[in-house]
Design a binder for this molecule. Sequence first.
Ligand SMILES: [Zn+2]
Length: 281
Amino acid sequence: MLKAIQIVGSSSGFASYRFRKPQPNSAFSLISRKPILTTSETLLLPASQLHSHKSCFRDFRMSSTHSKSSSSSSVAVQSTGNIRKINFCQFCGGPNKHEIPDGEEKVRAICTHCGKITYENPKMVVGCLIEHDKKILMCRRKIHPSYGLWTLPAGYMEIGESAAEGAIRETWEEANAEVEVQSLFAQLDIPLIGQTYMIFLAKLKNPHFSPGPESSECQLFELDDIPFDSLAFSSMLVSLNLYIEDIKVGRPKFHYGVINKRPGTSPSDIHAYTLDFHMQS
Ligand SMILES: [Zn+2]
């Protein structure tokens, strides 16, 4: 696993990363694209699979308040109210009890020895949607979960790195590909499992890629050939659908959305979700 990467500024103004030659004094900046507000929004998936909200960032508060997605909202509330049992304190190793601390509203894991609370917060998953010759680079997973299924290169963000750095690192680890991040394409929250995906648009810095230790195959897919029948995760299904829909009408936008699993469905059913609070700019 590659742990250290160097970050260098590029003449293009976009973040550029070079591997294997660390230089501690390098500078880094990400230039965000000016948001382009849309006047209309296209349904990106079958109507049965999502709720669409005609909104942009300026409308987020209103959109949230007036959400008509009652079923999926209740899923989100339940998920944030639940706590996974954490038996031992992460600070002293003592046994935890699970109850609502004074002044709080949720059950927490509280150490019976040192009294400290172990809070659990969502994890950030970062990855790249890599465009090359009008194709998308995808990896076939050689690890569980979703062994044998296709994904964009992505993984958990590490302490000490930025989201863009993490996405580039994951791409290197899973596809042995060096990429230049161009913009953030999508942030997708999955409250039920406590994850937030950040998917960046990226370009290959050279045309070389090959499966890393966690992949059995890496392949560039034409948009019409993307293996939608064997995708690993709902987040990838949403990202790829959003991307294809954007390309059909112009160029990729930025998307925010909440993926809520439908109650009672299997975690492995990646189609069993609604995309709520979808905003694009
Ligand atoms: Zn403790």
